[in-house]
Write a protein that binds this ligand. Structure first.
Ligand SMILES: N[C@@H](CCC(=O)N[C@@H](CS)C(=O)NCC(=O)O)C(=O)O
Length: 210
């Protein structure tokens, strides 16, 4: 019998959804959430999702009482307060702001990569704007350079909200921008990612598994 009391609007390719799923695995809460798979793009919205999240974006999490949480940052914070293990978001102090800022950098990389995908895949060819794509990819490049230069030790320290975000962002680059070549430019990040990709939570949520 299912013990799921929450519903997650989901797509296996979304790095933002994957963050939530990885956190669910890492905190032993996977069985509490039923997945509702949604096929959407910004120009192909889903009415049921729009009713719950006016932004029409995933992830969105419907709770047992019918209320809905979004976006991924709010959902991971909520879920991190629903288990008894070590928190994956420090509750207070300097560590909290440092890890949340690193998680925000991971989100920024994902945002720029998702927008690149929309521009290069969704937008009709004759309307594509190369400079805009280049600018988004510049954000990804600068983010990865910053991680390589300043954050490798912090990433190795603990697989928490920040590390989960970075890992899901890198997974999305491999999925949607396989020729981006980030491993050659960021070898320390690549070594860290090779290690964390082996975690059960990452394997179970690998979008390449379908
Ligand atoms: N800031 C949001 C970003 C979520 C997001 O961009 N999700 C994409 C899928 S990866 C989406 O729903 N896109 C549909 C749209 O933009 O209309 C979060 O952290 O949840």
């Amino acid at each position: 019998m299912s013990i799921a009391t929450m519903t997650l609007f989901h797509s296996p390719a979304s790095p933002f959804v994957r963050k939530v799923l990885v956190l669910l695995h890492e905190t032993g809460q996977v069985d509490r959430v039923e997945l509702k798979t949604i096929n959407l793009t910004p120009v192909n919205p889903v009415a049921e999702l729009n009713a719950d999240n006016p932004a029409g974006k995933i992830p969105a999490l419907r709770l047992a009482d019918g209320s809905v949480l979004f976006d991924s940052r709010v959902i991971v914070e909520y879920l991190d307060q629903q288990h008894v293990g070590s928190p994956l978001i420090p509750r207070e102090g300097a560590a909290r702001w440092r890890r949340l800022t690193l998680a925000a950098l991971a989100d920024a990389i994902m945002d720029a990569a998702v927008l690149t995908r929309y521009e290069t895949f969704l937008r009709p060819q004759e309307k594509r704007w190369d400079e805009w794509v280049e600018a988004q990819q510049g954000k990804v490049r600068r983010g990865l350079e910053n991680l390589e230069r300043e954050h490798i030790a912090e990433l190795h320290a603990v697989f928490d909200v920040a590390a989960i975000g970075v890992a899901c962002g890198l997974g999305y680059l491999d999925l949607r921008m396989p020729d981006f070549g980030w491993r050659e430019r960021q070898p320390k990040l690549a070594a860290w990612y090779a290690e964390v990709s082996q975690r059960a939570s990452m394997v179970a949520t690998d979008p390449a598994r379908g």
